[in-house]
Design a binder for this molecule. Structure first.
Ligand code: AOF
Ligand code: ZN
Length: 367
């Protein structure tokens, strides 16, 4: 197989893997393509809830055509016994000849053992093809396993001058319906949508994905020290149908804690530091809860706290062609920077015009 076609098949496996994003937590969203005589005989991606794994789906599709085939998989096949036997063993049993892997798994139960099992069975194994893209696509999983916290994407829909509302609090709508639709599609690629308590009180959002013909919804996370959210609002009303996770201060009112858990919310008590909820601990609790990918939609205080603590991995901006001025509400609260060099730098990944607005995606430059 030529290097060019290896890359083409791995690119396909990566795009299949991305279909699972937002649906597989705590598992990573893996993609797999099985190729025999330059013909695709199996395609798979990690299924909702994280099982079956991508390789199992692709092997099922390939059937006996997997014998002697090449398998392209975005993550090292697993080596552990879960609800089903290890994927590495399933590949060996199917008689595949060659396995091309983008990145090794960091889960302690796998961690090179999947690759070793394949090699020991006489299968040709290659590792590292398109590894950077695979790392970026599964960054939430890697971050949670290695650092104990999910990947955080901070979204801001603002005016040209970075304002998210006028001085009188009017915010609907700064960006157009096209950008809001793209924003909703992004929610779907995440395990949870997260806002601060101020936004939940002021906007009474439902944080669901509407009019997109989807059945699966991301969880809703509210970061609220005192749990003082509207008890008759949209989140309270729908907490039994779509998960609501409340990250609150350990000192929050006990009656409110009981009321919210009776409404169906999951409560995660978090530490307080400097009179505020400690956002580092908030993310640690969310990681322990199994979330890989979190999409934060504000408000300005939560955005500032995440940025100030260096907890943001990706920025998504939707910018409209209007200026609101200094009396408007800034999208990000005070950061207390002493100098420009203290600001985290993000690398531009994508720019797109969407209706009358512009979208830009930036990723944290590691280092
Ligand atoms: C694969 N293919 O599609 C995925 C893998 O809880 P379990 O038993 O489903 O195992 C979860 C672990 O499996 C997860 O932490 C990661 O190491 C791996 N995910 N592996 O071979 C897949 N999603
Ligand atoms: Zn597996």
């Amino acid at each position: 197989m030529s290097v060019a076609s290896d890359s083409r098949y791995m690119a396909l496996a990566l795009s299949l893997g991305r279909r699972g994003q937002g649906n597989t937590a705590p598992n990573p969203a893996v993609g797999c393509v099985i190729v025999s005589n330059d013909r695709i005989v199996g395609r798979g991606w990690t299924q909702p809830g994280g099982r079956p794994h991508a390789e199992v789906v692709a092997l099922d599709q390939a059937g006996s055509a997997a014998r002697g085939a090449t398998v392209y998989v975005t993550l090292e096949p697993c080596a552990h016994h879960g609800q089903t036997p290890p994927c590495a063993q399933a590949l060996i049993r199917a008689g595949v000849a060659r396995v091309v892997v983008a990145v090794a798994d960091v889960d302690g139960r796998v961690d090179g053992k999947g690759l070793a099992m394949l090699r020991d069975a006489g299968i040709a194994v290659e590792e590292g093809l398109m590894a950077n893209r695979a790392f970026a696509d599964m960054a939430g999983f890697f971050r949670r396993v290695v650092m104990g916290r999910p990947e955080v994407t901070l979204k801001l829909a603002s005016s040209f001058d970075g304002r998210i509302a006028t001085g009188t609090g009017e915010s609907q709508w700064i960006t157009g319906p096209e950008a809001r639709r793209v924003g909703h599609a992004m929610r779907l690629r995440h395990d949870a949508v997260m806002v601060g308590g101020g936004t939940a009180r002021h906007d009474d959002p439902s944080l669901t994905v509407r009019d997109m013909g989807v059945s699966n919804q991301p969880a809703r996370v509210v970061v609220t020290r005192r749990l003082d959210l509207p008890l008759l609002g949209n989140l309270a009303r729908t907490a039994r149908d779509i998960p609501v996770i409340l990250c609150h201060g350990k000192d929050a009112d006990k009656d409110l804690q009981r009321t919210w858990s009776e409404l169906g919310a999951t409560l995660l008590p978090c530490q307080i530091s400097g009179g505020q909820l400690d956002t580092h601990d908030v993310l640690t609790q969310l990681g322990a809860h199994g979330l890989n990918r979190v999409y934060c939609e504000g408000g300005s205080a939560l955005a500032a706290s995440l940025l100030a603590n260096d907890l943001v991995d990706r920025l998504v901006g939707f910018t409209a062609g209007l200026a609101i001025g200094a009396e408007g509400l800034p999208g990000v609260g005070a950061l207390g920077l002493g100098s420009l060099s203290e600001a985290a730098r993000f690398k531009l990944i994508e720019v797109r015009s969407i209706g009358p607005d512009v979208m830009h995606l930036w990723e944290r430059a590691e280092g």
